[in-house]
Design a protein around this ligand. Structure first.
Ligand code: OGA
Ligand code: NI
Length: 340
């Protein structure tokens, strides 16, 4: 618990374990003209389908507006998450755990095993089965509104995610419900990320370069910038757009589509001035769901590029991030899958 960053006012110097060498931290390109596309989901279904597929193929990431999650649900969620991190330590101590198998916990740093480096992030992880039931029992009971606000947020955000999956399926010529069922039917997991102001943002990161291991991630991004996305061997900054979500493909979507949709590496930078709180909603496969390249994506010219694994095994194997490895970890994914 003592290592939770938001509970320890920073003493002006960044501890050594947070400091990376400059070659591990290539700066983002100022990227004149390169920014993530913004898809307006209130346009015609045809337009939205095309925009999502084009943006997804080019970047693996895009922003959505007019997505059906009400502004009230977004503001309530932001407020309750900020309130959570402002609670006194005593109200949160029982939630602290470094055991990644715990469904509900607070912890600091990355969920991936690293070479010992620390990352400037605190996280509240919450999970819930879908449809939402009393699985929320062990969620924090403070702030008082948390359970109600989070439940409502999850229902709306998952609904948006499933709609995006349907649009992607249609765009790829599949049945609209192709990605329903076990592959998207695991627990919905929330990572409520909190990046406190950092004394020396140039020398550290909030999150290491990583790909999300789930099917689809929907990020409530905060108006404070910090997210950067790998693009053509560089990093581009995501400029926050009010009332948007940032959507990105998880590795399971890359595997199922045999690489047609790529899960792209991203990282988080910190800043000295203000705390940043974001909420990543992860649509996950069920733990024992077997996932491999689907027949529809295979042919003589397109042999399977990935092995078939249960989601449980995938997570066990794919939990190491090597800073300074190839920019696009999907290459590593292939190597990892070949090794087993
Ligand atoms: C994540 C993530 C980005 C952010 O939680 O996996 O990439 O900007 N978050 O907080
Ligand atoms: Ni991520």
């Amino acid at each position: 618990m003592e290592n939770m960053l938001h509970l320890t006012p920073s003493r002006g110097l960044l501890p050594d374990e947070f400091i990376f060498s400059p070659d591990q931290l290539p700066p983002a390109i100022s990227a004149a003209g390169v920014s993530l596309p913004v898809v307006d989901m209130s346009r015609s279904r045809d337009e939205v389908r095309r925009a999502i597929l084009d943006a997804g193929k080019e970047f693996g990431f895009f922003m959505v507006v007019n997505h059906g999650v009400s502004e009230e649900a977004m503001r309530d969620m932001e407020a309750v998450c900020q309130e959570f991190f402002q609670l006194p330590a005593a109200d949160k101590a029982h939630l602290f755990s470094e055991d990644p198998s715990k469904a509900t916990r607070i912890f600091s740093g990355s969920i991936f095993e690293t070479g010992g480096e620390n990352y400037w992030r605190d996280c509240l992880r919450l999970a819930c089965a879908f449809p939402v039931s009393d699985s929320s029992k062990d969620w924090p009971d403070k702030p008082q509104r948390l359970r109600e606000v989070v439940e409502k947020f999850i229902v709306l955000t998952r609904g948006m995610g499933m709609e995006i999956l349907r649009l992607l399926c249609e765009g790829m010529g599949l049945r609209p419900d192709y990605l329903e069922g076990d592959i998207s039917g695991g627990d919905v997991v929330l990572h409520i990320n909190h990046y406190p102001p950092c004394p020396n943002p140039e020398t550290t990161l909030g999150l290491p370069p990583h790909c999300d291991r789930n099917l689809l991630t929907l990020l409530l991004p905060s108006l404070v910038p910090g997210l950067e996305v790998a693009y053509n061997g560089d990093w581009i900054k995501v400029v926050p757009v009010p009332n948007s979500f940032v959507v990105n493909f998880g590795l399971q979507l890359e595997v199922v589509t045999n690489g047609m949709l790529k899960s792209i590496e991203h990282r988080v930078t910190t800043n000295m001035a203000v705390a940043r709180t974001t909420v990543a909603t992860c649509i996950m496969p069920a733990a024992d769901c077997l996932i491999g390249p689907a027949e529809e994506f295979l042919s003589e010219d397109n042999p399977p590029l990935y092995r078939t694994l249960t989601f449980r095994d995938f997570k066990r194997i794919y939990n190491v991030v090597k800073l300074g490895s190839s920019l696009n970890l999907t290459t590593n994914l292939k190597n990892v899958q070949k090794e087993i």
